[in-house]
Every structure is written in C-alpha cells, then in structure tokens.
Design a protein around this ligand. Structure first.
Ligand SMILES: NC(=O)c1ccc[n+]([C@@H]2O[C@H](COP(=O)([O-])OP(=O)(O)OC[C@H]3O[C@@H](n4cnc5c(N)ncnc54)[C@H](O)[C@@H]3O)[C@@H](O)[C@H]2O)c1
Length: 365
C-alpha cells in the first residue's frame, strides 16, 4: 500500500493506493483521526454487493446509512444533490458526520458537492471505484453537477478528508471504462514526465489487463503528477489549466455526438490528445520524434482516426462547442499544446478560422 500526501491551501489529506486497501479501512480512518457518529455511504448501484458489504463492515459508527445512486451524466444534477441533502437533514446529520462516496467520478462529484454545502460542509471520504476517478477526479477537490446548459457548470472546490483507492474495485469495471481512465493517465504523463510516458508505452497491455504491481504504479505516478499541479494551483488560475490537455477538442467531440454512448468521455479525451499533438505539430512546437512516439502509442490504442465518428459536415458544430467551452473567454479558442513530452504550453489563443481550417485539413479527410 502506498500513501500519497496532498497539501493544498485549503486542506492536507492522504491518498491510500493499493490492492485490497479497503480491508484496512477502519484502521486508516482511526489513524487519520477522522471521527464521526453517523455515516452516509453514497454508493454507485453498479458496485458489486460484496464490496459494499465489506466496506460497510469496516466503518465504525453509531449509524450507517446507504444511499444508492444510478451513475449517469443525466442524473448528475442539482435535483439529485437536493435529494441527498434532504436525506441527510431527515436523518439529523451534523457537520461532524461524514459522507463516504463509493463510486466513480459521477458519484464522487455529486456527493462531494453535497458534502461541501450541507450545513456549510461535512466530512468527506472518497473511495473511488473507477480508474478515472482513482487517477483524476478524486484528487484536487473539484466537485459539482451538470446543468441543462452544460456539463460541470455548477460546483465548488472541496477537498476530501481521505481518498482510498483500492485497485481491487477495478476488477468489475468494463474494459471501455478502463480505457477511459487510461486516457487521463496518459494525459498526465504527457504534461509532466517523459519517463512515465515511456513506462506507459512499455507496459500498456499489462496496465489494461490490470496487472497488480503495474496498475498500482501507473495510478501512483499519475496521482503524483495531478497532486503536484493541484498543490501549486488549487483554483485553476494558471498551471492547473495544463490538465485540460486534449479536453477542448474532447469536450467538443462528445458534445457534438450529444454525449451518446458512441463516444464516452475518456474516449473523447484520447481523440482530444490525438488532435492536440497534431495541432502541436502544425504549430511546430513539438519535435518530430516526440510526435511519432505519441502517435504510435495512440495507434496501439486505436485512437488515431477521427473519421470513424465525424465528417466535414460536423465541423461547424464541433467549433461551436469549442467557442462556448467555459474555459474560453472570447471568440478565440485556447488550446493546450505540447512543447515536448512532459512540457506543455498552456496559452495558445487561436482564432476560430485557423482552428476550422486545421480540423478540416488535418483531422477530417
Ligand atoms: N472532479 C474532477 O476533478 C473530475 C475530473 C475528471 C472527471 N470528472 C467527472 O467524472 C465523471 C466521469 O467519471 P467516471 O469515468 O468514473 O464515470 P462514472 O462515475 O460514470 O462511472 C463509469 C461507469 O462505471 C460504473 N462503475 C463505477 N464503478 C464501478 C465498478 N467498480 N464496477 C463496475 N462498474 C462501475 C458506473 O456505474 C458507470 O456506469 C464525469 O462526470 C466527469 O465530469 C470530474
């Protein structure tokens, strides 16, 4: 088991990473001196019953309640936050009690948000159950919900008291969800560490097969990169923007397909990374050697051809989503590009005509 401390301005907390960490949950909570009388477990309905039972048995509190949640982007909304808040109120939870999340990024975002506003904040323990949530969404304190007008537009920054990333939970995840989490691991390596990228390239198959030691290392290294960035810039004023590598393209791709099952978030991010490195090549910011290394990695994953999903008729729709992305402040669109593997450029304001031409000529043909 590895312990990774995260030290942000608003809170210091530890991430525990390893296989079967949940068997020590009660000991960890004691060691961390997290005290509460009542616990509400907000649980993703797809988590195998066996785990729920085991986790429940490892929580020592006077009262333990379970709130099941159907994880979907549609359900990640303010109405469901309100239902969780009312459940807490009806059961007289105080600020000294705890919400324990057992689920992926959706359950983490919604229950973390509920924890942040219930009586102005109660304790929050996150037990992320997807690869994406273990390497990305459980670190950094962004919580929130979708609005009819866009994804993740309502929310707060609220750091957890601890994060327990148990790789055993990943065994029941569908393969597509593993790829989804892998997209963020790859992104972290490209932003910060060529050494880590080369490790991923060498061990890709083992990672996707969840080989114990290798997946643990991939998660740990990925968390280290995200935590370093978040520690420096908790509120995304500057360097945290680098975590958006591939996301300006990726968000536009998933929105253009109406967030359908055809392309899920992580897959859109992989296509976004593919698009960003091609943009970096056009802008001549990346060396040919690094470009080839990333391209061949994406080809191994089969994420190197956008024509499977889009054609030239989609161009205006894709662009319109890029312009309305909350990260863009004017008619210009900002992209994160690569200077080399491990080094990004966070300010590339490009005008829409340029972007349109680029997608038209170099991504869709
Ligand atoms: N807060 C942040 O910083 C941050 C960062 C990245 C993404 N996000 C958010 O995270 C969400 C995506 O998270 P995700 O990829 O974890 O998706 P998710 O929460 O939708 O989970 C993916 C699927 O796996 C199922 N599932 C979860 N755990 C399982 C398990 N152990 N076994 C079997 N099935 C399981 C879920 O029911 C769901 O169907 C998005 O809403 C995104 O906006 C937040």
């Amino acid at each position: 088991m590895k312990i990774l401390p995260v030290k942000t301005k608003s809170k210091h907390y530890n991430i525990y990473i390893g296989y079967n960490v949940i068997s020590q949950l009660n000991k960890i909570i004691n060691k961390e001196k997290i005290k509460f009388k009542k616990a509400l477990l907000v649980v993703d309905r797809k988590i195998p019953k066996y785990f729920i039972k085991r986790i429940k048995s490892k929580i020592n509190s006077e009262k333990k309640l379970i709130y099941f949640f159907n994880a979907s982007e549609r359900n990640k909304n303010i109405l469901n936050v309100n239902l969780i808040l009312e459940f807490l109120l009806k059961n007289n939870f105080t600020r000294n009690d705890v919400i324990i999340c057992l689920g992926g990024g959706i359950v983490g975002d919604i229950s973390g948000f509920a924890a942040s506003i219930y009586k102005r904040g109660l304790k929050f323990i996150n037990i992320p159950s997807t690869l994406l949530s273990q390497v990305d969404s459980s670190i950094g304190g962004k919580t929130g919900v979708n609005s009819r007008l866009g994804k993740n537009l309502i929310g707060s920054f609220y750091q957890p008291d601890i994060v327990i990333s148990d790789t055993m939970l990943l065994n029941s995840l569908p393969k597509r969800e593993i790829i989804c989490g892998y997209a963020e691991i790859l992104k972290h390596s490209l932003i910060k560490s060529k050494k880590f990228f080369l490790f991923l390239d060498k061990n890709l198959k083992k990672i996707l097969k969840l080989e114990k030691k290798i997946i643990e290392k991939a998660i740990l290294e990925s968390c280290k990169i995200k935590k370093q960035i978040v520690e420096k810039d908790e509120r995304e004023k500057n360097i945290r923007k680098s975590l958006n590598l591939g996301h300006t393209f990726g968000h536009a791709y998933e929105a253009t397909l109406n967030y359908s099952k055809k392309l899920n978030h992580g897959e859109a991010v992989l296509y976004g990374i593919y698009s960003s490195i091609n943009l970096s090549k056009r802008l001549k910011t990346i060396s040919n050697k690094d470009y080839q290394l990333i391209s061949s990695h994406l080809a191994k994953l089969h994420f190197d051809d956008l024509n499977k999903f889009f054609n030239k008729k989609d161009l205006n729709k894709i662009l319109s989503f890029m312009v309305t992305d909350k990260k863009n402040t004017s008619k210009k669109i900002n992209f994160i590009t690569l200077k080399k593997i491990g080094v990004v450029n966070i300010n590339n304001q490009l005008n829409t005509d340029y972007v349109k031409k680029f997608i038209n000529l170099f991504l869709l043909n």
